[in-house]
Write a new protein. Structure first.
Length: 175
């Protein structure tokens, strides 16, 4: 994120071109070191299999897989609903009698994990497996954000099942 901000802010300045190139190179080196450290830490902790299970999901990359595995290890979840709630992706309903109130996410969990899962859903919606599901939600009249949150919740539920049962991802045929 910082690399992009710096490139966009200073990229058009000809006087800073050489310094900007060195700075971007240093950021890239640091990023590679961080990624290697994360991979080594996951391997040393014996979590590589769980991470690979999560990465098999469409849209889920390294960071999202790490976040899912770490969240999964933080509790003993009875079911996927509890895991979704732990991540703060459960819906809070404000109904009373005949009044239908506003529905929104509780956002009680890790905000970074929610952000990563939302980004994973944005990538997953472009895949053959999830494009039809995403489009069906849009056709029902849901907003883009609502459809993406639903897709992110589906990814969380699948990741939970994979980690809980120790199975590999076997996607159903695209609908």
């Amino acid at each position: 994120k910082a690399r992009t901000i710096i490139q966009q802010s200073l990229g058009a300045e000809p006087l800073l071109k050489a310094g900007l190139k060195r700075l971007i190179s240093q950021i890239n080196t640091l990023d590679a070191q961080i990624q290697k450290h994360l991979r080594d830490t996951v391997r040393d902790a014996g979590l590589s299999e769980q991470v690979q299970r999560c990465k098999a999901l469409e849209g889920v990359g390294d960071l999202t897989a790490y976040a899912l595995v770490m969240a999964f290890l933080r509790g003993d979840f009875r079911n996927s609903d509890a895991f979704v709630a732990f991540l703060g992706m459960d819906v809070h309903v404000r109904d009373s009698g005949t009044k239908t109130g506003k529905r929104k996410l509780t956002k009680k969990g890790d905000s970074e994990a929610r952000r990563l899962l939302y980004c994973a859903a944005m990538v997953a919606r472009r895949s053959k497996r999830w494009a039809g599901v995403y489009q069906a939600y849009l056709d029902r009249g849901l907003a883009t954000i609502q459809a993406l949150v639903i897709l992110a919740r589906k990814l969380v539920r699948i990741a939970f099942a994979l980690m809980k049962n120790g199975t590999d991802y076997q996607p159903a045929p695209a609908s």
